[in-house]
Design a binder for this molecule. Sequence first.
Ligand code: ISJ
Length: 121
Amino acid sequence: MSAQYDPHASSLAGSAEPAVLQELYAIRGSIDNIDASLVYLLAERFKFTQRVGRLKAEHELPPSDPGRETAQIARLRALAEDADLEPEFAAKFLNFVIAEVIRHHQAIAGEEHDGQARHDD
Ligand SMILES: C=C(O[C@@H]1C=C(C(=O)O)C=C[C@H]1O)C(=O)O
């Protein structure tokens, strides 16, 4: 955790009663915990997708898999509906993450290709 992080950083400090601010900070403590979990979860997801990227590059498979993506987006939309989360938001979020993963896979494939080209020299 960053040593400089101030959990009470706010532009609202002078605008509300101390009791209101106390409640706000308490709620924000949980928001902070969730945000930290999201970062750890995303980091772990990217570790796995990097493995997929290396596997695909080794076997000359394309970086993206549209069939898999369509199924995942449909699944996430349904989960979001059950969880009372905007399905459109869930789909946008997953698409955003997948686009980044595909960029990584393209980079890994490029490195693999460069490595092979050097090896063939
Ligand atoms: C991770 C993969 O590669 C890409 C990224 C995906 C993802 O981030 O979930 C899904 C499909 C692929 O377009 C995969 O094929 O499993």
